[in-house]
Design a protein around this ligand. Sequence first.
Ligand SMILES: [Zn+2]
Ligand SMILES: [Zn+2]
Length: 326
Amino acid sequence: MNKPILAEMHTHLIEKKVKPKDYWKAVLEKKLKIIAITEHVEYNPKKAYLDLKKIKPKNIILIPGMEAKTSAGHLIIFGKDESIYNVPDIQTINIPIEKALQRIKEYNLTASFAHPYGYKTDSTCSIIGEKKTKELLEKYEIGTEYYNGMLGSATSLIFKNKILKNTYNISDYLAKHKKLKFLNKAKIIEKKLYEISQETFMRVKNGITFSENAKYITAGSDAHYPRNIGMGVVELKKMPKNESDFLKMIEKREIKWAGPNKYLKNPISDVKKIEMLMGLKYLTKKKILKDKIKKPKKKKIKLIKDKFKSLLNKTKKVIKKVKKRG
Ligand SMILES: [Zn+2]
Ligand SMILES: [Zn+2]
C-alpha cells in the first residue's frame, strides 16, 4: 500500500509557546507531508512561520499562513510564500470581512472560514448567519474548514469516544446515522453537559454539511500543543511539488478525503480531558459554571430508595418461597 500523503492545515505555535523542535517532532511522528502554520494574527504569524522554517525537516512542505480575526469571525489564510505577511490589512484585528476577502482575491491567496459553526464568538455562521456566509462563499470563491480537530475531539470526549472512534470518514458516518439515535443511548447524567455535547456535535456536523456550499474545503487540528498536531487532515492523491502546487490542489478539490486522521492509532483522544473542558468552557461562555447542574431533590432520592427497598423485599420473599419448595 502506498503511504498516505497527509496535509494538516490549521496549527498554532506562539500562543502556547511551543518550541519549533517539538512542533516538527510531532509532524514527523504523525507522518505529515504538508503542514500549514496559521498562527493567530495577535501572536505574530510571520515569526511563527520563520521560526519553523529555520529548522524545517527536508521533504516536508510548510505553508505560510495565519488565522485572521475578522468582523465575521476567524478566517484562515494561506499563501505560497512569506509575501503573505506583507499583504495589507489582513492582520488588522476585526477587519471587515469583505475587506479581508477582497485582499485575498487581489493577492491570490487561499482562505477558509475556520470552524464555521465552532465557537459562538469566533465563527462565521454564528456571527453573520448561514445565508450571508453562503453569499460570501459564492462571491469570493473561498473555502470552509470541513473538519476542525478541536471540535471533533470535544465531541468524542463528551461521548466517551463512541462517535468518532472508528469513524474515519465522518460524512459516511453521518449519512448512516441521520437521526442521531445514539444520542438517546448516551448515558450522560448531567443534563446540561448532555445538551452542550449535543450542541457541539451539531457544530461539527453543520461544519461538514455546510462545506458543500464552498468552492473547496480545508481540514486541520487547530492544535495549540504538539500532541494535537495532525488530528485533522486532508489526504491528497499525490505529493505536491511545492507550496503553490499544494494550494492549487486544495482549490481544485483534488483530494481523497478530509476528516479525523484515520491513520493514527487514536485519531481523536490525544486531547487531554482538562484541555477539552477548558475548550468547552470557552465554547459555552462558561455556561456550565453559571448555571450549576441541579442535584436531584432529596424527596426524589427517598422515593427511589423506598422503591428499591420494596423490590428487594419482594425478591427476598420469592427466593424464600422457592427455597421452601425446593
Ligand atoms: Zn479559530
Ligand atoms: Zn485556530
